[in-house]
Design a protein around this ligand. Sequence first.
Ligand code: AMP
Ligand code: ZN
Length: 119
Amino acid sequence: MAGEPQTDCLFCRIVAGEIPATVVRESATTLAFRDINPQAPTHVLVIPKAHHPDAASLAAAEPEVAADVLREAGLVAADEEIAGTGYRIVLNTGAGAGQTVFHAHAHVLGGRGMQWPPG
Ligand code: AMP
Ligand code: ZN
C-alpha cells in the first residue's frame, strides 16, 4: 500500500534505522542524509519517511509531504551554506532519467558550478 514501509526498499530501511546513513536534517515527515556517492561538494538526499515510488506519486498521494521535501531541501541548502551561490534540486523519475532507488527523493547538489543542459 502506498505510504507503507517496504521491506525491500533501501530508503525505507534507512528510515527504519536498519541501514546507517549520515543524517543532516530530520522532520516529522522527512529525512535528509548525505549521498553515499557524492556528485558535488554538497550532495544530500531529502526523502519522505513514507514510501512512495517517485516524486509525482508522492505529490499525488501526500501533497503536503511533497511540500515538506522541498522546504527541507531549501533548509539543507541554507545549512550547507550553498543557498547564496546556487544549488540544484533534482528529482530523477524513471529508470531512463537515472532513477535507481524507487523511493521518492530529492537530490540537493551544490558547492560547485552547474552546467545546463544536464546530462
Ligand atoms: P537516483 O539515481 O536518483 O535514484 O538516486 C539514488 C541515489 O542514492 C544515488 O545518488 C546513490 O548514490 C544514493 N545511494 C544509494 N545507496 C545509498 C546509501 N546507502 N546511502 C546514501 N545514499 C545512497
Ligand atoms: Zn521506501
